[in-house]
Design a protein around this ligand. Structure first.
Ligand code: ADP
Ligand code: MG
Length: 231
């Protein structure tokens, strides 16, 4: 069942069409990766869906109803998200951060994201990979139906990346969470995505399961063939 649907998403900055007529859908329980070279428009796309970026054109729907207004309003409708540059409360401890987001709901999340032993530490003292985990716990504490994650494993070692993505994939399956994520690490993308969307210069150039994307000549040309591993 389609939970998140965006159509005609468009945003220009000056003369640059950062996002140019993007249509996408994510079903409940589905893990969808958006990949593309640096500057392709991935973060802008997430901002358009989350409401952090105002759209020039386009529509976002959650469970068939328009999703619009402020980020807070969209969050109340069930859209959770994490950012390319993680956003947590640096002046609070790890557990205080979660208490703010969870407001009495399930606080076993710190254990689930692997921060159980760090609950009393100031968030400012965490390694960057752990800050990303904390940010994920904060997003999950709002009990989202759709989760957008912009480079969730940036700053983590390969084993940690796999562990975190396995956790998220489990949540997606168990709770029917719809997940849209960007990621540099192609092992993570091809290992965990049910479907992959490829963005290039603001436009979606391909969509398919990992094997179809791997075999797609245009994708290889514009993206996988870059040689510098960037996305
Ligand atoms: N706030 C902004 N002001 C001006 N240009 C921006 C802004 N945000 C993004 N851009 C431009 O939009 C394009 C897409 O950027 P971005 O969405 O960050 O791509 P990605 O996340 O795929 O690397 C780039 O050319 C970038 O320079
Ligand atoms: Mg980005």
């Amino acid at each position: 069942m389609t939970l998140l649907a965006a159509s005609g998403l468009t945003k220009s900055y000056g003369g640059v069409r950062a996002v140019d007529g993007v249509d996408l859908e994510v079903a409940s329980g589905e893990m969808v990766a958006m990949i593309g070279p640096n500057g392709a428009g991935k973060s802008t796309c997430f901002g358009l869906i989350g409401g952090q970026v105002s759209a020039d054109a386009g529509k976002v729907r959650l469970d068939g109803a328009d999703l619009d207004g402020s980020p807070a309003r969209r969050a109340r409708r069930g859209l959770g998200r994490t950012f390319q540059v993680a956003q947590v409360f640096a002046s609070m401890s790890v557990s205080e951060n979660l208490a703010v987001a969870a407001r009495g709901r399930d606080t076993t999340l710190l254990e689930r994201v692997g921060l159980g032993a760090d609950a009393q530490r100031p968030a400012a003292d965490l390694a960057y990979g752990d800050i990303k985990r904390l940010e994920l716990a904060l997003a999950l504490a709002t009990e989202p139906r759709v989760l957008l994650m912009d480079e969730p494993t940036a700053g983590m070692a390969p084993a940690e990346r796999r562990q975190l993505m396995t956790l998220i994939a489990g949540l997606a399956r168990e709770t029917k969470l719809a997940v849209l994520f960007t990621e540099h690490d192609m092992d993570v993308v091809f290992g965990h995505a049910d479907r992959i969307l490829v963005l290039d210069r603001g436009k979606l150039i391909a969509s398919g399961d990992p094997s179809a994307i791997r075999a797609n000549a245009r994708v290889r040309e514009v993206y996988l063939g870059h040689g510098d591993g960037s996305c």
